[in-house]
Design a protein around this ligand. Structure first.
Ligand SMILES: [Zn+2]
Length: 331
């Protein structure tokens, strides 16, 4: 027998069906119980025709290695077809993820305009939230989706302008003053100058070690040009780590050649994030460059969160709160 949470979602959905929707027959829904799509339909969302798939995960579902694998495969299949996958799960408490919520957060969630995660929280009368503050009935939240009142304001995969970050500091080994390449940030708007407080970047810094092959070549070339004018900027290259027996992309001191250890870099950098002063006084400096970012890097960006005055969460937000983050539509 199906959990009543499925009925709840069906009922809420019936309150707010999108205009011109075309339902997919039940026997044609992808997946298999308990990892089956509950509703699938074509809909016009913000003027665009889109296939929507809804996956319902009640508290009662018992996840194990098999059905977790099924869910991941189902997600990958649907996202490869460029549908909008909406995962609706049931939580006991708004500020605490149970096992299913933890699985969604850590493994199923994809930071993409094709993926939306909605939690209905029992301690909030089964209401949901898009901003973590205001809770509303599920049918009202879904209506915002169909009406195009929500927008996905976060980095997405593809060719785009990102910011390379340079931090003034001292080499942990030789102590000389250097300008360390720390990694990439994804700004919420595009500007000609970054030495101001009018912009934020999404979620946090993507450290150099997380950046993959093609992008590393472009970054290294860009930095070599910077170093012609300013030789104290750290060169970057792949360095071998004895402890992990792996190579990874890293900056090194232009004086002594020692790798700029990410632990020290992040520690020093954290002290500069308490206010925007670091941008104004040049402790943190940013340069735009165009890179082809893949989904893997986007998801790495959301491992952890800096949560400071420099950052913004992004994700699905109401249009009134949209910053001016725009990908270059000419690309
Ligand atoms: Zn040094």
């Amino acid at each position: 027998m199906k959990d009543s949470f499925y009925d709840f979602v069906s009922y809420e959905l019936e309150q707010t069906l999108p205009v011109n929707w075309q339902h997919i027959a039940e026997d044609k829904l992808p997946g298999a119980q308990p990892c089956e799509i509950s509703h699938a339909f074509h809909a016009h969302i913000a003027g665009e025709s889109k296939m929507v798939n809804i996956l319902v995960l009640p508290l009662s579902i018992k996840l194990n290695a098999d059905n977790e694998k099924q869910l991941l495969m189902l997600r990958d299949k649907l996202l490869s077809e460029r549908v909008l996958l909406i995962v609706i799960n049931e939580e006991l408490q708004a500020d605490y993820l149970a096992d299913t919520g933890t699985f969604i957060s850590e493994r199923l969630l994809v930071h993409s305009p094709d993926f939306m995660w909605i939690s209905c929280c029992l301690d909030k009368n089964n209401k949901m939230t898009f901003d973590g503050i205001h809770y509303e009935y599920l049918h009202r939240g879904l209506a915002k989706v169909w009406e195009g009142k929500l927008i996905y304001a976060s980095p997405r995969k593809g060719l785009q302008q990102v910011n390379l970050e340079i931090m003034k500091g001292n080499c942990w080994k030789c102590g000389k003053e250097i300008k360390t390449i720390t990694g990439l940030v994804f700004p919420d708007k595009q500007l000609t100058s970054w030495k101001n407080t009018t912009w934020k970047y999404y979620n946090g810094l993507l450290n150099l070690s997380q950046i993959m092959m093609d992008d590393t070549i472009l970054i290294a070339d860009f930095i070599e040009i910077l170093r012609i004018k300013d030789p104290v900027v750290t060169p970057v290259s792949f360095r071998f780590n004895d402890a992990d027996q792996e190579s990874y992309f890293a900056a090194s001191c232009p004086y002594c050649g020692e790798t700029c250890d990410e632990f020290y870099v992040n520690d020093e950098r954290t002290g500069l994030l308490h206010s925007m002063q670091s941008r104004i006084d040049g402790s943190l400096k940013y340069y735009s460059l165009k890179l082809n970012i893949d989904q893997y890097l986007i998801d790495r960006l959301y491992n952890g969160c800096e949560a400071c005055v420099h950052t913004t969460d992004g994700g699905w937000i109401t249009r009134t709160k949209v910053s001016f983050y725009q990908l270059d539509k000419k690309l």
